[in-house]
Design a protein around this ligand. Structure first.
Ligand code: NOJ
Length: 548
């Protein structure tokens, strides 16, 4: 396996709106990030992935960009960005930008021109039809919006305010590549590419199959992994990516593993790695992700392994348990009850960080931040939660409000978006004003100030895991094999490189577990070092290393 810096890196994701507010307006900002670079350098991560910071009317918290060349006013200005980039580099932290190129905001100048008239040179920058097909949007309702002036419909796979760009138009592609180069020339270190698997659409725009219980057709088969996707990515690579030493990760919902490999095959010159979704799609309900079901551990292990194995030969994989679109890992896969939270957060961390691939830490995960208990839809800020509540509770009466709030508290995106918990002062030290979304009341005990200097904290456990990855090649490049794959309690595996073997044993339950795995070697890291033969205590996790 060819070595590369991005294979050896650990990435930390910042959701700027919720990270740190420096000016008291209740919204996180770039200066807030600058003020916490020491914290990140101390943690030892290599890369910061910044969720979008561009100008945006915030229909989808910045994933609706109105100007790719400007910074969102809430977050500061371009001078702040330049300072952040420079200071991050001084702190040995690379900056990866979020590239949202499947769609723009409807307030982007391209769209404003596009809807002026059918013969406007920008009309074809977006996807207009005289008649819509039956596709539904990811955020609810039809994926087509009628425009009276043109008497046409435009496609928006996400919110109405997020029209899809027409990648068939070479001018659109040129415009995107030009913008990417502009950021690269500034010195950024890479891109996380938002729903990049959706940029090429089947040009016949057929109706999609209508899932049971839905009013709309599923456009996925015609939108995801479309006919020209690899041509576009290779062009992007040729025009932009190949000219710089960049980190790239493409968000790729809905692609089976054999087809996904084409995006990241080491010889195809497209992307370095993907974010895949199979492992975070195992606990949904009848209406998408909305449920309070738990993920079955056997399913989770098999799903993760499928991707890891597929990437073993000549591709690379990303590793994540949460991000700004997912609930908090410790609540979802671990145990956020006070007596187990710390052990189980460390157990999840050890398991993930000993796997093969590039690990991502989502802000607050390193503190064991938990889901929020939403008791009213008025507390929710996420367009997906708000639209779904309206659809499933108010309009179709499928769930009661109470049920839906339970599902939101279990799977909703706002769980990840409550403010970062810096200390036990007002608003968790996130802001001196009123935060745009409520702080989780558990900030009095779960916060950074309480953990940074405590050598047994979750934060310092992550720090140790990151250091180990930077020290042992076997953690980065070793082959991975599951042990006891059918156990619903144990997540165990080996990693092997040359003469070295790493053995990982993790009990993902709240009770003692027995096993038959022979254990030898020296403990590299553990959340409880007491080794009892053939037994693991609740949430106990251990990694051992041995040489042949
Ligand atoms: C994926 C992003 O991660 C999510 O936050 C956003 O809502 C959609 N793409 C649309 O941009």
């Amino acid at each position: 396996m060819k070595k590369a810096w991005w294979k050896e890196a650990v990435v930390y994701q910042i959701y700027p709106r919720s990270f740190a507010d420096s000016n008291g307006d209740g919204i996180g900002d770039l200066r807030g990030i600058i003020e916490h670079l020491d914290y990140l350098e101390n943690l030892g991560v290599d890369v910061i992935w910044l969720s979008p910071v561009y100008a945006s009317p915030n229909a989808d918290n910045g994933y609706d960009i109105s100007d790719y060349y400007a910074i969102m006013e809430d977050f500061g200005n371009m001078d702040d960005f330049d300072e952040l980039l420079q200071k991050a580099h001084e702190h040995h932290l690379k900056i990866v930008m979020d590239l949202v190129a499947n769609h723009t905001s409807d307030e982007h100048q391209w769209f404003i021109n596009s809807k002026k008239s059918k013969d406007n040179p920008y009309h074809d920058y977006y996807i207009w039809k005289d008649q819509p097909n039956n596709w539904g949007s990811v955020f609810g309702g039809s994926a087509w919006q009628y425009d009276e002036n043109l008497n046409q419909y435009y496609l928006h796979n996400f919110a109405i305010k997020q029209p899809d760009l027409n990648w068939e138009n070479p001018k659109v592609r040129e415009g995107i590549y030009k913008m990417m180069k502009w950021w690269c020339d500034k010195g950024i270190d890479g891109f996380r590419m938002d729903v990049i698997s959706m940029i090429s659409k089947d040009q016949s725009f057929p109706d999609g199959p209508v899932p049971e219980g839905s009013e709309y057709g599923d456009g996925t088969p015609y939108v995801v992994d479309g006919p020209r996707i690899h041509e576009f990515l290779q062009e992007m690579n040729h025009e932009v990516l190949s000219k710089y030493d960049l980190f790239t990760v493409g968000e790729a919902p809905g692609i089976p593993v054999d087809r996904a490999l084409k995006y990241v095959d080491g010889d195809r010159h497209e992307l370095e790695m993907l974010f895949t979704f199979d492992h975070v799609s195992l606990d949904g309900g009848e209406y998408g992700k909305w449920s309070d079901k738990r993920t079955d551990l056997v399913d989770l292990k098999k799903t993760l392994m499928k991707w890891i194995k597929a990437c073993e030969k000549n591709a690379w994989n990303s590793l994540y348990l949460d991000n700004h679109d997912q609930p908090r890992a410790v609540s979802r896969f671990g145990d956020d009850r006070e007596e187990y939270r710390e052990m189980s957060a460390k157990c999840l961390a050890l398991t993930l960080h000993m796997m093969r691939g590039t690990p991502y830490v989502y802000q607050g995960e390193e503190l064991g931040m938990t889901n929020y208990q939403f008791t009213s839809i008025d507390e929710c800020r996420d367009i997906e939660e708000i639209n779904t509540y309206k659809d499933l509770v108010d309009d179709r009466h499928i769930y009661t409000g109470e049920q839906m709030l339970r599902y939101i508290s279990s799977k909703g995106r706002d769980n990840a978006r409550t403010p970062m918990q810096w200390n036990d002062h007002d608003q968790a030290g996130f802001s001196s004003g009123t935060p745009w979304i409520n702080v989780n009341p558990n900030y009095k005990t779960i916060n950074a100030a309480a953990q940074v200097d405590d050598e047994n904290s979750i934060y310092n456990f992550y720090k140790e895991l990151i250091k180990l990855r930077h020290t042992y090649d076997v953690i980065v490049y070793g082959d991975m094999e599951l042990l006891e794959p059918d156990s619903h309690e144990l997540f165990a595996f080996t990693r092997t490189l040359g003469d070295q073997t790493l053995t990982v044993l993790a009990n993902w339950t709240d009770h003692e577990v027995t096993h038959n795995i022979p254990v030898s070697g020296q403990i590299l890291i553990a959340n409880d070092e007491e080794l009892i033969p053939h037994k693991l205590k609740p949430y106990q996790a251990i990694a051992l290393i041995s040489n042949k």
